[in-house]
Design a protein around this ligand. Structure first.
Ligand SMILES: NC(=O)c1ccc[n+]([C@@H]2O[C@H](COP(=O)([O-])OP(=O)(O)OC[C@H]3O[C@@H](n4cnc5c(N)ncnc54)[C@H](OP(=O)(O)O)[C@@H]3O)[C@@H](O)[C@H]2O)c1
Length: 219
């Protein structure tokens, strides 16, 4: 599949690598496609990888993954051209952080929440026939691929309005090695999924860890 990734940070490059390893073709979208470190990354990934502007990545993708900092997300979508999202599945990995990093207790701060979420906001910014699926927001990029932990297999929580788009994302998650995926319902459930990133970061801060994840236990 042709996949456009908006974002060249740790998440964008991790997911790009995973998608290429599982046979997909990827264009990474960024404000600066000629950046030396990115060009070297492209070279290492081989022919299935390219870098382009946000618009080129969105044009390229049959599926688009959004992994920009929250502060830059609306600008990146506008630069991508909202018409390029029409009729497409869109994976939203963002968390609506204020960009200031954790406080002295390891707590991150959201700029929206409780009665809105990044997932809903992105769905509202895009054409109505773009199908946003919240996924991969509650795990550090270090464990987005092959998430194996000594305590077992973690759960990935997803949400979105379109069941076909969610099935496509579930298939991609399976390719990445996720075997426990909890579909929490419509995109509004992003309000409950996104705050898990605050809990994840605080646990990491208090325990000097990036090697932890959430698991839903069932009877
Ligand atoms: N890091 C993690 O482990 C992790 C885990 C789960 C979810 N997330 C979420 O995933 C998203 C990406 O995280 P990240 O750690 O990979 O990187 P990040 O530093 O949060 O974001 C990097 C990306 O945001 C873009 N960006 C920043 N300011 C911008 C602006 N003003 N206009 C347009 N684009 C702008 C950058 O564009 P350029 O390429 O042009 O510089 C870059 O592609 C975030 O929303 C984060 O909360 C992160």
């Amino acid at each position: 599949m042709k996949i456009g990734i908006l974002g060249s940070g740790p998440v964008g490059l991790t997911l790009g690598k995973g998608l290429i390893q599982t046979g997909h073709h990827v264009t990474i979208g960024t404000r600066n496609p000629s950046r030396e470190s990115l060009q070297q990354w492209i070279k290492r990934q081989g022919k299935q990888a390219a870098a382009g502007t946000f618009r080129q990545a969105a044009e390229f993708g049959e599926l688009i993954i959004i992994c920009t900092s929250w502060i830059g997300t609306k600008k990146a979508i506008e630069a991508a051209g909202i018409w390029n999202f029409k009729h497409k599945p869109v994976v939203d990995v963002t968390n609506p952080l204020d960009g200031k990093g954790p406080d002295e207790h390891g707590r991150l701060t959201f700029v929206i929440g409780h009665n809105n979420s990044a997932g809903e906001q992105i769905q509202a910014w895009l054409p109505p026939d773009a199908s946003v699926v919240k996924a991969l927001s509650c795990i550090g990029h270090q464990h987005m691929l092959q998430p194996n932990f000594k305590d077992g297999s973690p759960t990935m929580f997803i949400a979105g309005n379109n069941s076909e788009a969610k099935q496509l994302v579930i298939n991609l998650l399976h390719e990445f090695g996720w075997n426990d995926i909890a579909d929490m319902g419509t995109i509004e459930m992003s309000r409950s999924i996104e705050p898990l990133s605050i809990l994840w970061t605080a646990y990491g801060y208090l325990n000097d860890s990036s090697g932890h994840a959430f698991k839903l236990l069932r009877e």
